[in-house]
Ligand binder design. Structure first.
Ligand SMILES: O=C(O)CCC(=O)C(=O)O
Ligand SMILES: [Fe+2]
Length: 365
C-alpha cells in the first residue's frame, strides 16, 4: 500500500460480531507465513489438498496485509457503493447480458426465489484498473485498489496456484502460468453491499439472499467480515456458517479449477442468507477477489498429473471430448450472461439447472 497521505474518506464501521450460537463449518487455517520455502510449500500443499478434497473452503492467515490496510478496503468499498449517486452509477453499469461483470450491478437485477429479486449491489473493478472508467468518487482511490488487486494476484493467488499444482504433483508453475496479470481476462475486485430486505421478501425467498452456487473462476478470495451470512454446503448435506476471523481470508475454488484438475478440486456450493437476529439492522459489505485464468486458456484437465493418473475413477470431464472444453472466456461469459436471469425449472431435489457450453450449471436454494 502506498505510504503517501491517502485521500480522506469516511471510516466504515462494521457490525459487531454475532453473539448467537450458530452451526459453523470446521475449516482448515493455512498459515501463509510459511510461503516461500520448499518445506513450507510441501506442508501447506498437503493441508490445502485435504481441505479441498473435503470441505472445499479454508482460511488464510498471516498473508501480509495489516488489519488497517484491510479496513481501508472496506472504507473504499463503502465509497463505491454509498458515495456514488445512483444516476452516476448508471453510467458505469456492467454489461452483464454480454457476459462482462466489470462495473455496477444494481439491486433487483437477479431473480432469487419465489418471485423475489436480489437486494445487493456490487461494483467490480478488473485487476487491471485501466480496463474501464470509474465514477468520480472512486477515482482518487484507484491507486489503492490497484495495489490491492496486485496484492491478491501475486501474494495470494500465485502462491495458492503453486499449492494447487503441488497437490496434483504437477510442476509448481503449471497454474501460475495461466494467470498473467497483463493478459486479457476478467479477474476482478468485487465491492459488494447487501441491503436489509423486507419481511415479505424474507418469507418468500426463505431467507436466502444469494442462491447456492459455485464460483466461475479458479479461486475466490473473500476478505472475512463480521456479518455472518455466508453458508457452505458441507459433504454431509448440511449448510453451515463460515465464522468470521479478523483479517483472515476465506478461500474456495471454482468451476475453472474443477475443469483444470479433472474433478479433483471440486467447487463447493455456498450461499448468503439473512444474518442472525443481532446483526439484522446492519448493512453487509463484502470485499472479494475473483480469480480467473487468462481468457484464452482452454479449461482441459491436466491429465499428465500422476495424482490424477492414480485415481481409481480416473479423470472426470464434463464434456465427451477435450476439444469441446470451454475457454475461460467462453465459460465466464456463458455463466455471467445467464446467471439469475434465465427462467429455470426446479428439479425434484429442489435444485435448478442451466446449461452453458453444454455443461450444467446448478443452483441450490
Ligand atoms: O458475500 C459473500 O460473502 C459471498 C458472495 C458470493 O458468494 C459471490 O459473490 O459469489
Ligand atoms: Fe460465490
Amino acid at each position: 500500500m502506498p505510504s503517501v497521505a491517502l485521500p480522506v474518506i469516511r471510516h466504515y464501521i462494521a457490525a459487531p460480531p454475532t453473539r448467537e450460537k450458530l452451526d459453523y463449518a470446521d475449516l482448515a487455517i493455512l498459515d501463509f507465513s510459511k510461503i516461500g520455502t520448499p518445506e513450507g510449500h510441501a506442508e501447506l500443499s498437503v493441508q490445502l489438498r485435504d481441505a479441498m478434497t473435503t470441505n472445499g473452503f479454508f482460511y488464510i492467515v498471516n498473508h501480509g496485509l495489516t488489519q488497517a490496510e484491510n479496513d481501508r478496503m472496506f472504507d473504499i468499498t463503502d465509497v463505491a457503493l454509498c458515495g456514488v449517486p445512483e444516476e452516476e452509477k448508471r453510467n458505469y453499469l456492467a454489461n452483464i447480458s454480454d457476459g462482462s461483470n466489470e462495473g455496477y450491478k444494481l439491486r433487483a437485477y437477479l431473480h432469487i426465489d419465489g418471485g423475489v429479486r436480489d437486494q445487493f449491489e456490487y461494483y467490480n473493478i478488473n485487476e487491471d484498473i485501466s480496463c474501464k472508467q470509474h465514477p468520480k468518487a472512486v477515482r482518487p482511490l484507484l491507486p489503492e485498489v490497484a495495489e490491492f488487486a496486485k496484492f491478491n494476484h501475486y501474494r495470494i493467488l500465485h502462491p495458492l496456484m503453486r499449492l494447487f499444482a503441488l497437490g496434483l504433483e504437477l510442476p509448481e508453475d503449471t497454474f501460475v502460468n495461466m494467470h498473467n496479470f497483463e493478459a486479457v481476462g476478467e479477474s476482478y475486485v468485487r465491492m459488494m453491499k447487501y441491503y436489509p430486505r423486507s419481511a415479505d421478501d424474507e418469507v418468500n425467498a426463505k431467507q436466502v439472499w444469494l442462491k447456492g452456487h459455485t464460483d466461475i473462476g479458479t479461486v475466490t478470495i473473500l476478505w472475512s467480515q463480521p456479518v455472518t451470512s455466508l453458508q457452505v454446503l458441507m459433504p454431509d448435506g448440511q449448510w453451515r456458517y463460515v465464522r468470521h476471523i479478523d483479517n483472515a481470508l476465506v478461500v474456495n475454488s471454482g468451476d475453472a479449477m474443477e475443469f483444470l484438475s479433472g474433478g479433483f478440486y471440486k467447487p463447493t456450493v455456498h450461499r448468503v442468507v439473512q444474518p442472525p437476529q443481532d446483526q439484522r439492522g446492519y448493512n453487509r459489505l463484502s470485499v472479494i477477489f475473483f480469480a480467473m485464468t487468462d481468457d484464452n486458456v482452454k479449461l482441459v484437465p491436466r491429465a499428465e498429473s500422476p495424482v490424477l493418473q492414480n485415481l481409481k475413477h480416473g479423470v472426470q470431464r464434463r464434456w465427451a471430448d477435450d476439444a469441446d472444453a470451454p475457454t475461460m472466456e467462453a465459460w465466464r461469459k456463458g455463466v455471467t450472461s445467464t446467471y439469475g436471469l434465465v427462467e429455470l425449472k426446479k428439479k425434484e431435489d429442489g435444485t435448478e439447472e442451466n446449461i452453458v457450453n453444454g455443461i450444467a450449471v446448478k443452483y441450490y436454494s
